[in-house]
Design a protein around this ligand. Structure first.
Ligand code: THG
Length: 367
C-alpha cells in the first residue's frame, strides 16, 4: 500500500504490521488513522465474514477517556441517552449532539465506573468538543486519548475462536456487556459488540505493545476455523443498517432523523446539550429520516458523493451509501428521505453516476 503518502499525521496502528503482512489491498482514513477496507475483494470478504471468522484492525475507533469526579456528569451532558441504569460492565450506543441537536458523533460508551468512561468514537474530532466543555465548565475531570486500540473478532465462528484465546467464559458475555479477561501478563476489556450483524467481540487492547502478540495468537488459534483478516464490510453494514458518520449523517442531521430516536430520551436525561432542540423535534416531527432503499437494476458503483433522490422532477432526499448485495440480489442502500416520501413501498428515482434508476423505499433493513 503506497498510494497514500504516509507521514506521522496519518497514524499507523499496533496491528499495521499484521495487516500488511496478510495482504490488505485498500485503506481509508478514519480519525487520522489507517482503516483497512478490502483484503481479497469486498464481495469475497463479505462471503467469508458471513461464513467463518475474521479479525479486524479497528484501532481507528479511538477512545476518549473521561477520568475524575465529574466524568459521569460530563457524560450525561454529551448524550441524550438515559444513562441512569447503565451498569459498570455495559456498553451503550450513544448519539452525541450539539446545542442544535446536530449529530457530532455516534460512538459506543464503555462504563468502567461512575468516575471513568471510554467513548469509542466514529470519524469526527470529538475530543476537542469534550475537552472544550470540560474546561469551559471548570469540571474536575481529565479528558484524553489513551493508548487503547480495538481489535474486532466478527463472524459466526467468533465464539469458538475467542474461547480458545480467552477461555470459555467469553461465551457468557451478553450483547453490549464486557468482561476484563487475561491475556499473557495483562488483561483487556472484551465486549460482545462490533460493526457487523454476524456476531462477535471487540477487544480493547491497552498498550500497543500487546497488539501484534494478540494478533498472532488469534491467527494461530484459528487456523482450522479458516480465520482471516477482515474489516467493516460495505455490503454487510448496509444490509444491517449500520450507519457511518460522515457518510450517512453529519452535524446537519439530528439523531431522530437518523433513526436513533430510541437512544434519545430528552425528557429523561435532564442535563444534556441540545435537549430543547430534540424536544421540539419530537413535538413537531422530523422533516426527513434515514431509510433502507433498494436501487433496481445492475450493480452500482460505490457512492463517492450523495446521490439525489427524485419524485418526478422534485428532489426529495439523497442516497448516501450503496452496494450490490449478492444475498439479496439487489443494490442495497441507505438514504435520507423527506417527510411524505419515506413510507415503505414509495417508488422514487435516484441519480447515480451511471444514470437514473428506480429506488424503492423499504420499511426495514435487510438483516
Ligand atoms: N465499535 C466500537 N466503536 C465504534 C464502532 C464500533 N466507533 C465507531 C463506530 N463503530 C460508531 N458507530 C456505531 C454504529 C453502530 C453500532 C456501533 C457503533 C452498533 N449498532 C448495533 C445495531 O445498530 O444493531 C447495536 C445498537 C444497540 O442496540 O445498542 O453496534 O462498532 N467499539
Amino acid at each position: 500500500m503506497r498510494l497514500l503518502s504516509q507521514s506521522r499525521r496519518l497514524r499507523q496502528t499496533p496491528f499495521s504490521e499484521g495487516v500488511e503482512d496478510k495482504g490488505v489491498t485498500a485503506y481509508t482514513v478514519y480519525n487520522r488513522m489507517l482503516l483497512p477496507t478490502v483484503f481479497e475483494s469486498v464481495e469475497a470478504d463479505y462471503r467469508h465474514l458471513k461464513t467463518h471468522v475474521q479479525v479486524w484492525d479497528v484501532s481507528c475507533e479511538r477512545q476518549i477517556e473521561l477520568n475524575g469526579p465529574d466524568a459521569g456528569r460530563l457524560m450525561r451532558q454529551l448524550t441524550p441517552r438515559n444513562l441512569e441504569n447503565m451498569q459498570e460492565d455495559q456498553c451503550y450506543y450513544v448519539p452525541i449532539v450539539d446545542e442544535n441537536g446536530g449529530m457530532l458523533n455516534d460512538p459506543v460508551a464503555i462504563k468502567h465506573s461512575e468516575d471513568r468512561w471510554w467513548i469509542s468514537i466514529a470519524d469526527s474530532d470529538l475530543l476537542l468538543w469534550v475537552k472544550g466543555l470540560a474546561v469551559g465548565a471548570g469540571m474536575d475531570v481529565r479528558v484524553f486519548e489513551p493508548d487503547v486500540s480495538p481489535l474486532a473478532v466478527q463472524g459466526p465462528k467468533s465464539d469458538d475462536l475467542m474461547a480458545r484465546v480467552f477461555g470459555e467464559e467469553v461465551r457468557d458475555i451478553r450483547f453490549f456487556r464486557y468482561k476484563r479477561l487475561a491475556f499473557q501478563d495483562t488483561s483487556f476489556v472484551v465486549a460482545r459488540s462490533g460493526y457487523s450483524k454476524q456476531g462477535g467481540y471487540e477487544i480493547y487492547v491497552e498498550n500497543g505493545a500487546y497488539g501484534m502478540p494478540l494478533w498472532s495468537a488469534l491467527f494461530e488459534a484459528g487456523d482450522d476455523l479458516n480465520v482471516r483478516p477482515g474489516c467493516p464490510n460495505l455490503i454487510e453494514r448496509i444490509e444491517g443498517g449500520l450507519l457511518s458518520y460522515g457518510n450517512d449523517m453529519t452535524m446537519e442531521n439530528s439523531p431522530l432523523e437518523c433513526g436513533l430516536g430510541k437512544f434519545c430520551k430528552p425528557g429523561e436525561n435532564s442535563d444534556h446539550i441540545g435537549k430543547q432542540a430534540l424536544a421540539s423535534e419530537v413535538e413537531t416531527g422530523s422533516t426527513r429520516q434515514i431509510r433502507a432503499i433498494s436501487i433496481l437494476g445492475d450493480p452500482v458503483p460505490p457512492a463517492r458523493s450523495a446521490w439525489p433522490l427524485f419524485d418526478g422532477g422534485k428532489r426529495v432526499g439523497q442516497v448516501t451509501s450503496a452496494a450490490w448485495s449478492p444475498d439479496f440480489d439487489t443494490n442495497v442502500a441507505i438514504g435520507m428521505v423527506d417527510a411524505g416520501y419515506w413510507d415503505s413501498g414509495t417508488e422514487l428515482e435516484v441519480k447515480t453516476p451511471t444514470g437514473f434508476r428506480r429506488a424503492d423505499v423499504r420499511g426495514s433493513f435487510w438483516i
